[in-house]
Design a protein around this ligand. Structure first.
Ligand code: IVH
Length: 672
């Protein structure tokens, strides 16, 4: 290639790379793989190294210039960077509209967009090339952070199609020398989580939220650090007059010039429409990849907007309509340990239930012991919690002044569910040594909620796995402490599903004694034994106190079973578990002493086939309620076989042995 050809090739490469940048960062599309794009960048880089005279400021290779700044230069803003007035409700919005209507007779139309939770940045382009980026500072003077801003791929280093924009705006034919664009630098939730994990690992400061992380990153002196943290940019204001008549025009122009300019923009004609949009977005915001903290509602017509002027430091014609607080205070009732699939132990704070970001939550993750030490959080503390989208709430701060001396320091237990607890060298996390206990714990919970036990509708193994994984439950009792807000961030949990499940859990709290005993999963205590126990003990306390001799004397209860029962109630952990259930409001229903029907007392029944009006479980319950017994197979001892539709071999056997066979109808008559 001769020099001319090289120059051409370089230009082609830059245009192609820019095209893919735009697709990826503005339009969320990808036409070629990351590797292919890297290979284009590499070719460009190599050519530029060979021909440094062709390097330009806007070349995609110049995002990390490698220039480390010693300190930030001050920058004077040509037009002050103002702030926004806040509104929190429809009433606030109506009051605002009324104030405006006193000042203008124009028909008002609103441009509504998401309020990004990051920090404001001004970008200055000269002849289409990014020459300076500055923070807001005090509104008049900010700081030059160009070195870091250039690392953000959603910011074009060169504006595109500016002539197009100009023609479209139908103004003078010449591109203005300077163009200023403003918008929000922010960090995506995923990037934020990844960053915090890394910070923890490196024993560095954890950021409280994506906004702080973005602000901290922009204030780095070394652009390499900023580059590694992958910030994003959303443009919301075109300061230079390119002929835009409305705020909607500004957004259109910004997009043409190569910016992402809001994913949720809408023109509304009334406050009702604005509120409808607000409610829609508020519901969606947990699921968005970035944080938003409200809407920005701006008078769409630029002329009217300018005429409305400024009040204090904020334009009259624009309002920030905020979402409900994401940070609230509550108390730490307890700190428990939860075990994950890999055996990792995570301390979890049990909170006094509190509404945050519109839903009630009762738990916050504490990550690990280092985090507990960093926060110095103790049981009994009053804390600030924060809910960030699909992130389970975090404790961000302890209000130390609220302590009264009764707070308890938490310590990681030395053993957990019978396994030793270890902290491998160099690790921030603790683990259980014996990982087999995890599977057992899971099975116990599956059993606890199953049909013949607590029978919680909609709580299957998959959801239990997820709850365990996310640290929302540690044992079966924790299920009764769940709140709608705990569930909503989980996959497959829409608001409605979360409500339904919480309702089902609530309903299950009243439970028959026999079912309760069965749910406990005491070794050798199946459905039938649970019934015998419930029949023979007037309440749980009596059963807890029963000794081996008493138990062995019960009908059909051998010494293996009796021993297992005594052992169960002797285990301190089980007693704690029972207490926890009671604390959560689980109420055991003790049926009144049975109406023993002398015709049926101690008679043995066998069920076969499908009954018309009763489920098998219902029929069994009826038999037990009147003093009868149930067996699963027919023998000479059987008194009655209840035969339903499609009765099988049991019926044949009954006929052979001459056992009395009755229909469902006859059975119902008998038990009446
Ligand atoms: S318009 C006069 N639009 O919110 C200021 N601001 O609380 C014009 N922000 O400083 C700002 N998203 O940093 C506007 N779509 C958006 C925004 C937005 C986030 C920030 C901006 C501003 C702050 C005020």
């Amino acid at each position: 290639m001769n020099k001319q050809e090289v120059k051409k090739r370089i230009q082609k490469l830059r245009d192609e790379i820019n095209h893919h940048r735009y697709l990826y960062h503005v339009e969320d599309k990808q036409e070629i793989s990351d590797e292919a794009l890297d290979s284009l960048k590499k070719e460009l880089f190599d050519l530029e190294q060979k021909f440094p005279e062709f390097i330009t400021k806007d070349s995609p290779t110049q995002r990390v210039g490698g220039e480390y700044v010693n300190k930030f230069k001050k920058v004077q803003h040509s037009v002050p960077m103002l702030s926004l007035q806040d509104a929190f409700s429809k009433d606030d919005m109506i009051a605002w509209l009324e104030r405006l209507q006193k000042l203008t007779s124009a028909e008002l139309e609103f441009f509504v967009e998401a309020k990004m939770d990051g920090l404001a940045i001004s970008l200055l382009y000269e002849d289409g090339i990014l020459i300076r980026a500055a923070t807001r500072g005090n509104g008049k003077v900010g700081e030059d952070v160009t070195h870091n801003i250039k690392t953000i791929h959603s910011i074009p280093l060169r504006l595109y199609g500016i002539e197009d924009v100009y023609n479209f705006a139908n103004e003078q034919a010449r591109t203005p020398k300077f163009v200023e664009v403003r918008g929000e630098v922010y960090m995506r939730k995923k990037v934020f989580e990844k960053l915090n994990k890394q910070q923890l690992k490196n024993n560095e400061k954890v950021f409280a939220n994506p906004r702080n992380a973005a602000a901290g990153t922009i204030r780095q002196l070394d652009p390499e650090v900023a580059a590694a943290r992958e910030l994003d940019f959303m443009a919301y204001s075109l300061v230079t007059d390119l002929g835009q008549k409305t705020h909607a025009d500004s957004h259109k122009f910004l997009e043409k010039m190569g910016f992402r300019a809001g994913d949720y923009n809408q023109v509304c004609r009334s406050i009702d429409e604005v509120m409808k949009f607000y409610n829609q977005l508020n519901k969606k915001r947990d699921k968005l990849p970035y944080w938003i903290d409200g809407l920005v509602v701006q008078i769409n017509d630029n002329k009217v907007f300018a005429e409305l002027g400024i009040v204090g430091k904020a334009p009259r014609g624009v309002m920030a309509l905020k979402f409900p607080a994401e940070q609230v205070t509550t108390q730490v009732l307890d700190i428990i340990v939860q075990v994950g699939r890999t055996g990792v132990l995570t301390p979890v704070a049990i909170l006094k239930p509190v509404a945050v970001a519109g839903s009630v939550v009762s738990r916050a993750t504490l990550h690990n012991m280092d985090e507990i030490k960093r926060l110095d959080v103790r049981i009994g503390d009053t804390v600030v919690i924060q809910k960030a989208g699909d992130i389970i709430p975090d404790i961000v701060k302890v209000l130390v002044n609220m302590r009264d001396g009764s707070e308890k320091v938490f310590q990681m237990p030395r053993s957990f569910m019978g396994s030793k607890v270890i902290r491998p060298e160099g690790e921030v996390n603790h683990y259980v040594e014996n990982k087999n206990i995890l599977a057992i714990e899971k099975e116990q919970i599956y059993h606890f909620v199953s049909k013949k036990a607590f029978d919680i509708d909609g709580l299957g193994p998959k959801i239990i796995d997820q709850l365990l994984e996310e640290g929302l439950i540690q044992d079966a009792a924790d299920i009764f402490g769940l709140q709608v807000g705990d569930l909503e961030p989980l996959e497959r949990f829409a608001e409605k599903a979360a409500h339904n499940l919480i309702q089902a859990i609530e309903k299950s709290k009243k439970i028959l004694f026999s079912r309760f005993l069965y749910a406990l999963g005491i070794r050798h205590v199946g459905e039938q034994t649970a019934v015998i126990l419930a029949d023979n003990f007037s309440d749980l306390d009596k059963l807890k106190q029963a000794d081996l001799e008493t138990l062995i004397q019960l009908p059909d209860l051998g010494d293996v079973v009796a021993k297992s029962i005594v052992e169960f109630f002797a285990d301190e952990n089980n007693i704690k578990f029972l207490q926890k259930l009671a604390d959560y409001g689980v109420e055991i229903i003790y049926t009144e002493k049975k109406q023993i029907n002398s015709k049926i007392k101690n008679k043995i029944f066998v069920l076969t086939g499908t009954l018309d009006n009763l489920t098998r479980d219902e029929a069994k319950e009826m038999i037990r309620n009147v003093g009868g017994k149930i067996s699963s197979s027919v023998s000479k001892k059987t008194d009655y076989v209840i035969a339903g539709v499609q009765a099988g071999s049991k019926l044949d056997k009954a006929q052979k042995l001459g056992v009395k066979i009755i229909s469902e109808k006859e059975f119902l008559k008998l038990v009446k």
